[in-house]
Design a binder for this molecule. Sequence first.
Ligand code: ADP
Ligand code: ASP
Ligand code: MG
Length: 483
Amino acid sequence: MSTPRRHIVVMKFGGTSVEDAAAIRRTTAIVAGRMRKGLSPIVVVSAMAKVTDTLLAAAAAAGRNAREEALQLSHGLRARHLNAAADLISNSAADGGRLTALQLQIQHEFDTLDDLLRGIAAVGELTARSSDNVVSFGERISSLLVTSVFADHSIPSTHVDARTVILTDNHYGKAAPQESAIEAALTEQILPLIDLNRVPVMGGFIGSCNGITTTLGRGGSDYTGALVGGGLHAGAIEIWTDVDGIMTTDPRIVPEALRVKTISFEEAAELAYFGAKVLHPATILPAVQKNIPVYVLNSRNPENEGTRITATPPPCASPFKSIAAKRKLTIIDIVASRMLLAHGFLKSIFDVFDKYECAIDMVSTSEISVSLTVDSREALPAICAELGKIADVKYEGNKALICLVGEDIRGQAGISGQVFSSISHINVRMISQGASEINMSFMINEEDVDEALRSLHRKFFSNPDPNIFDVAAGPPSTNPSSD
Ligand code: ADP
Ligand code: ASP
Ligand code: MG
């Protein structure tokens, strides 16, 4: 294994950490603080909060010929970025016209975006490839803005186009990174900047395949941070967001949620996969491979020590570390009365899902039936039509999965009794304890999620272990307005 470069810290700032001039000032101060400690930051930024949603809306509008609507959305974004630039950067002669240069860059990017939207509107069809191109502008422009602001605050910074570093396959919308090619690109482009004591700044989420822009999937900037940290064997990866760390549950739903001080890679991965939006599910892998600690930190409260995700956290007296909820799921019931789950039956079912690239979250089987949950509805009619040839199929939407995660549930008798008695007023369907033995999950109706989280949180976190949870903190700082 490569030798760790302990001085390198990859700092990923999410949308709320760059959402406006005030947030970018805070981010700049946080990066300057790391440099004062003798560390070499590499900065990965998301698009400004909500920009990705707006770009997707603009792309969709263009795709249905609504050209003016698409351009109007782009116009609003242009004004927002130009205003932030003017607010953040001085335009004195001494700085060589930095503001003017940045404004020209921003105008150029938006001109290119508008041409693209006009082109999509002319054809009246939005492909996954064009959608990735449109949506990439959020990170392309935020990273240019942040680079200039750093320079304006005496942080020697260099913009790196993430698309020349994050090389992927051509699976538009959710491209898979090619790790060895990324490692080579990082070594060639980023390390020389570090050696010159410069701070490389790049957009998260975006990459390219043979020069064509791709994206890593929603929330993918975390993944970029981990790929950069993993590829360079950094000393740490910091995920800067708008909450104090990984919390015992989503603090927007349960304001009493507590910060989890330390959590294992496995626990964090399960939580992310099962719906805790605070981390992208793929983030953990590159860090695990090189045993790089990941910290989740609050850019609105940078003094807080956040959550440390490591290979070996201390034991915890409470059975669970956190509870996640994943909404917008569909349960599919497949009844195989004709075949009584004959040999090869399950394989033929999974083959159909595979063919439509539809990921399955949970499976439960009985003698004659199989129930599955999926989170995408687009392919369902086609999938069900195909499954209908071998079984009776029906599906039901508006479901949610609740997942309780904790390494310390291993071998604890009676734990499921405690879980289900605390939510006995809620209708539960499909229960599973994953093979990893560190999660317990079950399905409920979407409308019951908030109540289930509140009841479970009361039950399992009323008497939290102070070694693991921040019991002294009181209500955590959150920003209810973020996306
Ligand atoms: P960013 O834009 O910084 O990537 P996200 O919005 O993707 O931030 O993720 C942070 C949000 O995740 C928080 O504002 C919080 O509402 C939500 N969240 C869900 N579950 C959790 C959890 N267990 N701990 C912390 N935050 C959570
Ligand atoms: N901007 C992208 C999104 O909103 C990626 C990210 O923020 O992580 O999904
Ligand atoms: Mg995120």
